[in-house]
Design a protein. Structure first.
Length: 100
């Protein structure tokens, strides 16, 4: 099963060039059968640009989530904490294999 996620173009590019191996989310899809994410690059591209297989989905307190993902987060620590500002825990979708 697949899910469509809107991702900012700069982060989508990092996913497809292999730099970013985690996609962060404040909330996550409820269906556990989701195995593939279809990537919709948001404005200004505004189209589907590819997909990736999900390795696993992490759900951890923010400090632990950052420690586990920081080497392949594709974002700075300050951006990570800004993004999750109102949350105690966050989700990280670990990317297994990409396809444009």
């Amino acid at each position: 099963m697949k899910v469509l996620l809107s991702i900012k173009p700069q982060f989508a590019e990092l996913i497809f060039n292999g730099t970013k191996k985690y996609e962060f989310r404040r909330s996550i899809f409820k269906n556990k059968d989701i195995k593939t994410v279809v990537v919709y690059a948001s404005s200004p591209i505004q189209k589907v640009i590819g997909e990736f297989e999900i390795d696993t989905v992490l759900n951890k307190e923010l400090e632990e989530l950052w420690e586990v993902t920081k080497n392949y987060a594709g974002i700075e620590k300050s951006f990570f904490y800004e993004y999750f500002a109102s949350k105690e825990k966050g989700y990280a979708i670990k990317i297994k294999k990409t396809k444009r």
